[in-house]
Design a protein around this ligand. Structure first.
Ligand SMILES: *Cc1c(COP(=O)(O)O)cnc(C)c1O
Length: 474
């Protein structure tokens, strides 16, 4: 009768393992210390497996050398990789916050690396040889594109809103509609941001309806600003009404207080011309007279993570001087990526094709269908006959708290199998050397072709090949 202590004795020593040829080859890739650490971890996992093993299974327990080597090899390879790495997004969610939101344009690659790896003009005025401002690199561009007088950029839009409220309305009342007390994922909530900034929230109106007189009735000598928040990730439909930017500006002028708007997902191109639902463009909000407008760099703008603040010079000056601005300061990599992205808009040619986010959003159906056919053929070539592959129509999402109700008609390649559950396939794809994220729908795996690129097709096919092989070996 085998006992657990016999099983513990079967575990090979670190020295034994390290002298195996299959493990020795990793010395080319990483250090002795890393290899030993990975071996120890795997051996520890085996020990805890044995500890948890039910009595009746003790006699069947084996440690196969092949599996042991494979587990250690995988650990070493994994350790050698960066944890933050690129993945394949086959979910069809274009602005997927957990997968990094907007993709930068390929053409800004060189500018980014050049500034990253060399000294730069970050805060240097080349003409005068004197200290410059990091905001100079984007301020003029932002003003030109949006019609604003002045601009400044910070780390993200959450920081932008906090900074604006802090600089312009600290210890004063800020009036917001009850229909616009937005929560964005990851703990951004208007009431809490307000509290942090030191401004006092005054809620007016009802959830479904707020009228201009609701704002007006709440104004007193202690009112620091009127704030409009774009309900970027939800909509109030039916019996509802909100005050337009223009109306709010009119009221703010009458009482000589600033009108602020957090538009969330700033879009510079009217996408309704391309079949998407209308969203106010940043230019239209500036044109309505808003004193300050804030929006994200990595939502519909299609740039890097950033918070963009544009508006009247007198307010921007105040914001620039606020001590929090130093804490929210944008870094040089973001700044160069933002400048290069804005330049694409400024040039104005083929903008939609050159900004990946916009291209994916309005990709035409023939292109999507062609991609689906290519993917289907590539997968079919690589899977065994216990897998089924089909092209289906479905809907992609914009994501990232933008156009929440929009359903973008798309094609997906769907797969399912007799020998695997969809959850098993999903997990294996997610753990592939280049992780693949998919959508599960009605017991099938969906690869939405909207968010995958040409190069992903072969990679997905390879992953499927590997999954099929594993099953046969079992
Ligand atoms: C997304 C969003 C934010 C937060 O922007 P981040 O860039 O993610 O910090 C704030 N307000 C609104 C209305 C948003 O849609």
């Amino acid at each position: 009768m085998k006992e657990k202590k016999d099983l513990f004795r079967m575990i090979p020593s670190v020295d034994e393992i390290i002298s195996m040829d299959e493990i020795k080859k990793f010395y080319k890739m990483t250090s002795h210390q890393n290899i030993v650490e990975c071996i120890r971890k795997v051996l520890e996992e085996i020990r805890s497996l044995i500890i948890q093993l039910p009595e009746q299974e003790i006699s069947h327990f084996k440690i196969s050398q092949e599996e042991l080597i494979q587990a250690i090899s995988q650990k070493i390879k994994k350790k050698n990789e960066l944890s933050l790495c690129s993945v394949i997004n086959a979910t069809g969610v274009v602005l997927h916050t957990n997968l990094g939101r907007a993709l930068l344009s390929e053409e800004i690659k060189e500018a980014l690396w050049s500034v990253a790896s060399q000294y730069s003009t970050l805060e240097m005025n080349v003409e005068t040889g004197k200290r410059g401002s990091r905001y100079d690199h984007v301020e003029e561009l932002l003003c030109k594109l949006t019609g604003a007088e002045s601009a400044i950029v910070v780390n993200n839009n959450a920081a932008a809103v906090t900074l604006v409220l802090s600089a312009l309305a600290k210890e004063q009342k800020v009036i917001v509609s009850r229909g616009e007390l937005v929560e964005i994922g990851g703990s951004f909530r208007i009431p809490e941001v307000m509290e942090q900034s030191g401004a006092h929230l005054v809620e007016v109106g009802a959830t479904n309806k707020t009228h201009i007189k609701d704002y007006e009735n709440a104004i007193d000598e202690n009112t620091g600003a009127l704030l409009k928040v774009h309900t970027s990730n939800y909509r109030i439909l039916g019996f509802s009404e909100s005050v337009s930017s223009k109306e709010l500006v009119g009221l703010a002028r009458k009482y000589e207080i600033p009108a602020l708007e957090d538009v969330g997902s700033g879009v510079l191109i009217d996408l309704s011309n391309y079949g998407l639902s209308p969203e106010p463009t940043v230019q239209s909000i500036i044109e309505a007279g808003m004193d300050i407008v804030t929006f994200s760099g990595d939502k519909l703008l299609g740039g890097p993570q950033a918070g963009i603040i544009i508006g009247k010079k007198k307010y921007i000056e105040k914001i620039k001087k606020h001590p929090l601005n130093r804490a929210f300061r944008i870094d040089k990599l973001t700044l160069v990526a933002l400048e290069a992205t804005l330049k694409i808009y400024e040039e104005g040619e083929n903008v939609i094709q050159r900004i990946p986010t916009l291209r994916m959003l309005i990709e035409n159906k023939e292109i999507l269908y062609d991609k689906a056919i290519k993917l289907k053929i590539a997968i079919q070539k690589n899977v065994t006959n216990n897998f089924y592959v089909e092209i289906e129509e479905s809907c992609s999402q914009v994501g990232g708290g933008a156009l929440p109700l929009e359903e973008l008609p798309t094609y997906v390649v769907s797969i399912w199998s007799d020998s695997y559950s969809v959850n098993e396939i999903e997990e294996k794809l997610r753990n592939f050397r280049k992780p693949i994220f998919t959508r599960i729908f009605k017991q099938r795996i969906f690869f939405d072709v909207r968010t995958i690129v040409e190069n992903d097709i072969e990679e997905i096919a390879q992953a499927m090949k590997l999954i099929c092989k594993e099953k046969i070996r079992r």
